[in-house]
Ligand binder design. Structure first.
Ligand SMILES: [Mg+2]
Length: 313
């Protein structure tokens, strides 16, 4: 297949919007936005973020989009459009490329993302570099890392450590429960949660490199610190069953690839926030507080463990 046939095979999965917005011209044309647009870009690279031994082609397409959507969720933005640059090694055929597109298109449909353009190039390994745009709802400001203040309550939008546990178990040649494998291969970006949290949150970040590391970014940007409690770490029932408590806590604190949101909420708004989230049938896990002492402390002690996630397949 030549380059143009490969592009056609990929784009066919997306039901592109009519001109001038659809792909096929020299530039993508963005839809008009009456509010601030958040733009993010992130790559998924074979051998760094995934291997074809453990990921299906559909998993690869899903995850490449999911990690970018998670960044939009953290800003309190509604996703709108995507550009996709593909690096294709020799030997990837049209069927496999269609499977990548299918995995991506299914998630794009769920979140209303239109593929507006992209690029294909030959490469040493399979890679997908996506650029996504999303719009902040009118009258709102994007959520930033810099707004946390001492006394604010910290919440996550979901369980921590599941994806890291999948890698941990596989590296010890132990069976990986399906729920943990899916957490790593098919993360679900928490867009509805980000929109629900936006009116209440003073800061937000998505947890992609490990809780302590990403919370550390919030603390640095906000000139503050944070206190976490081990007993409050949200651990899934599957994770609790799969590994002993100290391992589960370590994976939750610094494992990475969680793709849940972490927000700070001023204490006086915490109850209203919890109610608003519950009304949408979403979970908010209270994990600690923002403090004046710089750095991240766990059970009152400075966190000395690994600072976070080193990218591995
Ligand atoms: Mg992020």
């Amino acid at each position: 297949m030549n380059e143009f046939q490969l592009i056609d095979a990929f784009v066919a999965a997306f039901h592109p919007p009519p001109p001038p917005l659809g792909p096929g011209d020299d530039c993508a044309v963005l839809p008009p936005a009456r509010a601030l647009t958040c733009v993010t870009t992130d790559a998924l690279v074979e051998g760094v973020h995934f291997t074809r031994r453990t990921f299906s082609f559909e998993d690869i397409g899903h995850k490449a989009l999911a990690v970018n959507l998670s960044d939009l969720a953290a800003m309190g933005a509604r996703p709108r459009w995507a550009l996709c640059a593909l690096g294709l090694p020799d030997g990837v055929n049209a069927t496999e490329l269609r499977a990548v597109a299918k995995g991506m298109a299914a998630l794009a449909k769920v979140h209303g993302v239109e593929l507006l353009g992209g690029n294909v190039t030959r490469a040493q390994q399979l890679s997908l570099t996506l650029t996504l745009g999303g719009v902040v709802p009118p009258g709102r400001q994007p959520l930033l890392r810099s707004g946390a203040r001492p006394g604010d309550v910290l919440y996550t939008s979901g369980f921590l450590g599941d994806a890291a546990a999948a890698l941990h178990l596989a590296s010890h040649r132990r069976p990986v429960p399906r729920a943990l494998a899916l957490a790593q291969r098919r993360p679900s970006p928490h867009l509805a949660w980000g929109l629900a949290a936006a009116p209440f949150a003073s800061s937000a970040v998505d947890v992609s490199d490990g809780l302590v590391q990403d919370l550390g970014h919030v603390c640095a940007a906000s000139s503050a610190g944070a206190e976490l409690e081990r007993v409050a770490l949200p651990l899934s029932p599957t994770l609790r069953e799969a590994v002993p408590p100290p391992v589960a806590q370590r994976l939750a604190l610094s494992g990475g690839e969680d793709y849940v949101l972490l927000v700070s909420v001023p204490a006086r708004r915490a109850t209203a926030f919890e109610r608003a989230v519950a009304k949408r049938h979403l979970d908010a896990h209270r994990i600690g507080r923002i403090s004046e002492v710089p750095g991240v402390r766990v059970d009152g002690l400075p966190f000395r463990g690994p600072g976070g996630f080193q990218h591995r397949p």
